[in-house]
Design a protein around this ligand. Structure first.
Ligand code: PRX
Length: 647
């Protein structure tokens, strides 16, 4: 970046400022009394029983927010908007990939969530039970999530792009009693099976997933599917015939609302636990202020899938708790062609558009004539999430999609944080392309060195959250030890949460997130651990050892590059082996985890203590001069790697 562009700042227009939900008083209130500020935010929701205490941090790092309070999340997301007279407002403009569409009003949402809640009760599910949701982006997925929330069932959404194996491990870990799915899903114009993966995951006989009593199936693609009598149920024969009235019960503020599995630095995904009152408070607060949402006027569109945390917080709980109208699109951005997103923006007059930088870079590749062919004048605010946005993509987004009039909110957060933590406020912040700018009012973050000392401007350090926040994870499902170890051990003396990201402040104290500094990769905004991919690769009979790194990629942020060593006696069959290994990763994890490149190498660079030097492999993959090799057992190993391969 040149000096000139580094200095460029983008203040919001006077017009935007004058109507913004968040003004400077928000920051003042948070600074004056942080806990009173959060209590005030919590009171934007309906509580059946008021809380007695805002925060109990006595059992740190296990937080309790809004102690003693009781509320119902579904009531807050649906019923109260109907009671306020907004039942005929569209909650969801749903757009199916093949061209079908459906508008769901708050009245209809209430009826359908009630039906699902009644039916889930009829089949014996009670508060505290777990439900796995393995579905594409259909309205029933959201209805299921809300019905679970209504009953106090803890949902675990598993991205429908994950493999049967990944689904099984998540179902087992959570001991889910019900799995909700569809017969199939549309992908690039064609129906693809989905229920078949559930059948494979749940197994049969001795191998059957023990916890699962029922599989509830939505008919999405009219596909032929296998059927297990007694276990399998059609949605249209059960839920859709249930009573449309249901009285919600209030749940404790700390009742577990959902589990969401995410990649850590080991091969086993972590079940991140989120609870009820604090989570809803912060997603609702951030949606209102960061997206400046005006219910009944704005049309919000978050491009994430419900399988990820962004889908949970800004496709379901954030928008609906604010009575928003939103677009939900089932398919891929280039189906049937690259105009799809822009046609949807034009048709539904989308005013707020929230996507990942990978998609912005893909749009850039496709060329500006595609968005230029559409009327995007309804847009008034743009958002970015999931990975650092490079300044070039930021400026393109601003100019080509936003017509130079829309503020951009670059929102930093994580599955673990539950809601946006660091972001511009669109009516206040003068933004800089590529910077998430500053923690939101009520949130406290810092950038520190190994010892926990604040770093100076321009220096890189560790991003920490030094005060608890309402939507923070409450733990890792049934693994308190891993929870402490992963997030709280690095700065244990100070009691800070370590996010796993590197960051720096610039001279104006704007905060720049630089990306993960642990063994977690970020591929198109999806979190994948190196260990998970390595363990899938060594699952292949030919492979003795594997090392995986995330190498810089111009479109996807990072691309997966694997280095593998053959077992003795195994032959390198060239392309055939590479194809098999890629298929193995797809099957074990998901096609999104498939390596971009796989190199068969004679050995891997290791330290004397046997640790693989991933940093050096990254240098090789990105074509850089090698960093410090002095700790290697055998510094010549790279000559072998380079000789044997076209790296
Ligand atoms: O490295 C950061 C990156 O995504 C990680 C969190 O991934 P996940 O839990 O899957 O949640 C993604 C959606 C919230 C972070 O540790 N990340 C997320 N947002 C940004 C980001 N990096 C830079 N800038 C962002 N705005």
């Amino acid at each position: 970046m040149s000096e000139g562009t580094a200095q460029a700042v983008y203040p919001p227009s006077a017009e935007f400022v004058s109507q913004a939900n968040a003004g400077p008083e928000l920051e003042q209130a948070a600074e004056a009394d942080r806990l009173a500020f959060w209590a005030e935010q919590a009171r934007r929701l309906h509580w059946d029983t008021d809380f007695t205490d805002v925060l109990d941090w006595s059992d740190a790092p296990f937080a309790k927010w809004f102690v003693g309070g009781k509320l119902n999340v579904a009531y807050n997301c649906v019923d109260r908007h109907v009671e306020a007279g907004n039942g005929s407002r569209v909650a969801i403009h749903w757009v199916g990939e093949p061209g079908d569409s459906r508008d769901v009003t708050y009245d209809q949402l209430l009826a359908e969530v009630s039906q699902a809640a009644n039916y889930f009760t009829e089949i014996g599910l009670v508060s505290g039970d777990r439900v796995a949701i393995y579905m594409p982006m259909v309205p029933e997925a959201i209805i299921t999530m809300l019905a679970c929330a209504r009953l106090g069932l803890t949902h675990s959404v598993v991205f429908a792009g994950f493999s049967a194996g990944a689904l099984r491990s998540r179902v087992d870990d959570a001991e889910a009693k019900l799995v909700v799915t569809t017969d199939g899903q549309y992908r690039r114009g064609k129906p693809a099976p989905l229920k078949a993966a559930v059948d494979e995951a749940l197994g049969s006989g001795d191998d059957a997933a023990k916890s699962v009593e029922h599989v509830l199936v939505v008919n999405r693609t009219d596909s032929d599917i296998n059927w297990t009598d007694g276990r399998d149920l059609w949605w249209h024969e059960t839920v859709a015939k249930s009573d449309t009235a249901h009285t919600p019960q209030a749940h404790d503020a700390e009742h577990p609302l959902f589990l969401l599995y995410t990649s850590g630095t080991t091969g086993k995904p972590k079940g991140i636990v989120h609870t009820t009152g604090g989570y809803l408070t912060q997603v609702s607060y951030t949606f209102h202020n960061v997206f400046d949402h005006k219910p009944g006027e704005d049309v919000f569109w978050c491009g994430a899938d419900i399988g990820w945390v962004t889908g949970h917080s800004y496709l379901v709980y954030g928008p609906l708790s604010n009575g928003a109208t939103e677009v939900i699109y089932e398919g891929t951005p280039n189906s049937p062609n690259e105009h799809r997103h822009f046609e949807i923006i034009e048709q539904y007059k989308v005013s707020t558009y929230y996507i990942a930088p990978t998609l912005i870079r893909t749009f850039m590749k496709w060329g500006r004539e595609i968005p230029d062919a559409h009327d995007l004048s309804s847009l008034r605010l743009l958002g970015s999430v999931g990975e650092p946005i490079n300044p070039e993509a930021w400026r393109w987004y601003h100019e080509v999609i936003g017509g130079e009039r829309c503020p951009i909110v670059d929102t930093w957060w994580q599955t673990e944080t539950g809601a946006i933590m660091i972001s511009p406020l669109p009516g206040i912040t003068e933004t800089k392309p590529g910077s998430a700018m500053a923690p939101l009012p009520g949130i406290s973050a810092n950038i520190v060195d190994e010892q926990g000392k604040s770093v100076g401007a321009g220096e890189q350090g560790f991003l920490v959250l030094d005060k608890p926040w309402p939507s923070m994870l409450r733990g890792i499902w049934r693994d308190d030890e891993r929870f402490r170890e992963t997030y709280w051990s690095r700065f244990a003396d100070q009691g800070w949460y370590f996010a796993g990201d590197g960051a720096r402040y610039d001279d104006d104290h704007a905060l720049w997130v630089l990306g993960r500094i642990d063994d977690v990769m970020n591929i198109s905004g999806h979190r994948i651990s190196t260990a998970e991919v390595e363990s899938a690769l060594v699952g292949h009979h030919s492979i003795a050892e594997a090392a995986v790194i995330g190498a810089a990629d111009p479109t996807t942020g990072q691309g997966i590059v694997a280095f593998v060593i053959l077992r003795q006696g195994q032959e390198d069959t060239g392309d055939q082996l590479i194809t098999e290994l890629k298929a193995q990763v797809s099957k074990d994890i998901s096609p999104i985890a498939k390596p971009r490149e796989i190199h068969v190498v004679p050995e891997l660079p290791k330290t004397r203590s046997g640790k693989i030097m991933r940093r050096l492999l990254k240098d090789v993959a990105e074509g850089r001069e090698l960093g410090d090799t002095s700790t290697l057992v055998d510094p010549t190993v790279f000559d072998n790697i380079r000789r044997g391969n076209k790296v």
